[in-house]
Design a protein. Sequence first.
Length: 423
Amino acid sequence: MELRDLPSVDELARAVDDPLAVDAARAVLARARQQIQSGTEPRDLRALLREELAAARAPSLRRVLNATGIVLHTNLGRAPLAPEALARVDEAARGYSNLELDLERGERGSRQDHLAALVRRLTGAKAALVVNNNAAAVLLALAALAEGRDVVVSRGELVEIGDGFRIPDVLARSGARLVEVGTTNRTRAADYERAIGPETALVLRVHQSNFRLVGFTELPPLEEVAKIAHAHGLPLVDDLGSGALGDIPGEPSARESLAAGADLVCFSGDKLLGGPQAGIVAGRADLVEKLRRHPLQRAVRVDKLTLAALEGTLQLHLDAPARIPVLRMLGEDASAVRARAERLAELTGGTVEETLGRVGGGALPLAELPSFACALDESLAARLRAGEPPVVGIVRDGKLLLDCRTLADGDVDEVAAAVRACL
């Protein structure tokens, strides 16, 4: 085929009845010209046009099978939702809801009322507020309680959250002024005491959730920092980050923090809590009310679908925590993971390798989860990512490892079918 043999855009577009046909035909012909000029014969143009239209209409956000062994994989959407949470979302989305209607009184209500009682029961807080993520929770707390005034933070807690977002930057955007105390590796109670002055609005503690300091280090316990803050009539805000509600070794829970003297705690919904992306603030009722009334609260509030998913997840924390996928994956015995890996290897012709999974999502950075993977040729990695559904594993030492800690029992047959399709 030569360039003069190519049809016009309109001629090719008329081959299908589709409002996107002209743009698709233009893209197909552009690629065909490049192929002819490089000495390659283009494929059937009508078939290419249909493929182009199918790609244009394919959803961009898709379900992915996570075979990385990283439970809270940020690139893969962090926590998968439990069936009970999905059912709440479906119920809230299929029609209207009482999002901001008090059904008993027949008057306008608050969307915050739907989760407040559950959060209070799970954390021991007097009040609670939900926003769209934990960074927003911290930003709102600082803006509402410390705008134009000083906030005291240990230098060892000035963390970078991820993708370049840093606690000092979040604090600056709130309008508060950062007062650093201590050193990177050692901060003492006396450092807080010396830094507090007439312009101090609050003391902020930031949990080192995505890193650990080891060696010559010192940080005062939360109870000691709380006593200092309260002796000066100041609130203590504890940014917990990961959102543990139950007993997870090495990770402080919201209940523990409040019991130790924190006046407000802020934490994520889509990490160790195992729910949707959200930020939860819990603690003293008067402080939560200040956050609720701040103008920024409307800009960072959550929608009905997030509230529904979070309600379903929080209810499971009360009734059946083991049904939350994140908690199941973190606590599953390695023998069950090995059984899945052996089954997958048998179905695909792979081999079983012992691996180590990770928590991910900036939580428990030193934790290692004994795991097992099905090892295949690394050339399958790109083809599996391009499949339907995409399967994402780990390429290491010339092999593609499909780690089975982050695959459910029901995923094994689907992954095996995807591998067979690639082969």
